[in-house]
Design a protein around this ligand. Structure first.
Ligand code: RNT
Ligand code: ZN
Length: 414
């Protein structure tokens, strides 16, 4: 056993924490890896601009342009991050045969067969997202559109995706989390806030109305407070989301970039868990707006992980990542964020959460604060290094791998 790890193990043992057990458990926590960090959320079905009020900035060379390139990049990231993963796909990542193309309302499981093959070979489950943006019919409202032709097009898309999600679950044997997020909203003060929301609820009901196996597919709804060009009103607001998911028995999805700046998702997790059997998260980092920066090991990231672990309900929480940075090496961006969230989970698991809760119960706030702060100096880094070693990935010196991949693979994508 490495000496630094032996010291750390002994130190955490004084808190009643078994670091070997923590390492084993950490490896088993599935983190859903968003495919869209690899290609700046472009997908393969349309050539146009990214729309929907989200934005990727930067033009670092080496963006994945084809399914094969994206798959190779995902493999590279996986090789740099230990632990279990799921693959998180968007419908716009459908893979068509040469000369073939269908619009989003006609998508079928066969358009994702290559992804299934990829995921199965790596023992990963697949999560899924209908894509209600970056499409000619998504220039205004989608599922909340007053134009029946447009609204029903997107309803058919949602229904098609539900079937594909079931196919993913059947093929991989792992339930599929299917998340609905629509960019619908208005730049300026609307005259009618009610009708678009009523239509959105109706459209969602029509999608779910085709019936699906709730054991296999966990349908989520992701709410949002604003987007670029949608500053005054979003149809799928937090209250809409909460009301809809609880009344229909589907799953709330919280993205921590989707709230007012002083609101924190770490404080929302416990409330949601009390009223919903399952909860899904998009972990991201918003800088002044929903900017989807790479996750850092910052206070809120750690607090989210702490709430997940301390709740004792980690098996009810689907953890997915959602960020996209095109200004630095994308493989490194992807990996840094993934590793950071797993580090946050590790730190949370190396915290005597039950003892701290007892101090809170007994009004011993001085000791609680003192111990919470002292714990920050505990040698969790040595446990992380041991975790990496046991997973067969590098501890801190993994940049050389990325640099080599950049030179041999990414730089040739011109
Ligand atoms: C947008 C949402 C949504 C997207 C992805 C690409 O604000 O966060 O989850 O980022 O679906
Ligand atoms: Zn999101």
């Amino acid at each position: 056993m490495n000496q630094e790890y032996a010291i750390a193990k002994a130190k955490f043992a004084t808190l009643g924490i078994d670091t070997d057990k923590v390492i084993d458990e950490l490896r088993e926590i599935p983190v859903s890896m968003h495919c869209w960090q690899g290609d700046d959320v472009k997908g393969f079905d349309f050539d146009g601009e990214l729309s929907g009020g989200i934005q990727t900035t930067g033009n670092y060379p080496g963006r994945a342009r084809t399914p094969d390139e994206l798959m190779a990049d995902i493999d590279k990231v996986i090789s740099l991050d230990g632990g279990k993963h799921k693959l998180n796909l968007h419908a716009c990542y459908a893979i068509f045969e040469k000369g073939e193309w269908v619009d989003r309302d006609q998508l079928k499981p066969c358009h994702f067969a290559k992804w299934v093959e990829f995921a199965k070979a790596r023992g990963m489950g697949i999560d899924f997202n209908p894509t209600f943006f970056s499409h000619p019919k998504a220039s205004g409202l989608t599922l909340s559109s007053p134009d029946e032709e447009i609204r029903t097009f997107w309803v058919r898309h949602g229904q098609a995706c539900l079937r594909i999600a079931e196919y993913f679950a059947d093929e991989t044997g792992i339930p599929c989390v299917m998340n609905v997020w629509i960019p619908d909203g208005y730049k300026d003060i609307p005259a009618d806030r009610y009708s678009p929301r009523a239509r959105f609820a109706q459209s969602m009901d029509e999608i779910l109305g085709i019936g699906y196996d709730r054991e296999k597919v966990l349908v989520c709804l992701e709410s949002k407070v604003f987007g670029i060009g949608l500053e005054s009103y979003t149809v799928g607001s937090a209250e809409f989301g909460l009301g809809y998911v609880l009344s229909r028995g589907i799953v709330p999805l919280m993205d921590n970039g989707h709230y007012h700046p002083t609101e924190v998702v770490s404080d929302k997790i416990s409330s949601m868990l009390l009223f919903s059997k399952k909860l899904a998260l998009h972990v991201t980092r918003s800088v002044r707006w929903d900017s989807d920066h790479v996750i850092r090991l910052d206070d809120e990231t750690r607090e989210i992980a702490k709430e997940i672990v301390a709740s004792g309900r980690i098996n009810d929480i689907a953890i997915a990542l959602d960020y996209f940075d095109a200004s630095i090496n994308r493989i490194a961006a992807w990996t840094i964020g993934l590793r950071n969230f797993r580090k946050a989970l590790l730190i949370a698991m190396l915290t005597p959460n039950a003892e701290f809760a007892k101090l809170q119960r007994e009004d011993r706030y001085t000791e609680l604060m003192l111990l919470q702060e002292e714990l920050k100096g505990y040698p969790w880094g040595a446990v992380w290094d041991e975790y990496c070693a046991r997973c067969g990935v590098k501890g801190e010196d993994w940049y050389a791998d990325v640099a080599e991949y950049e030179k041999n693979v990414l730089a040739k994508r011109v």
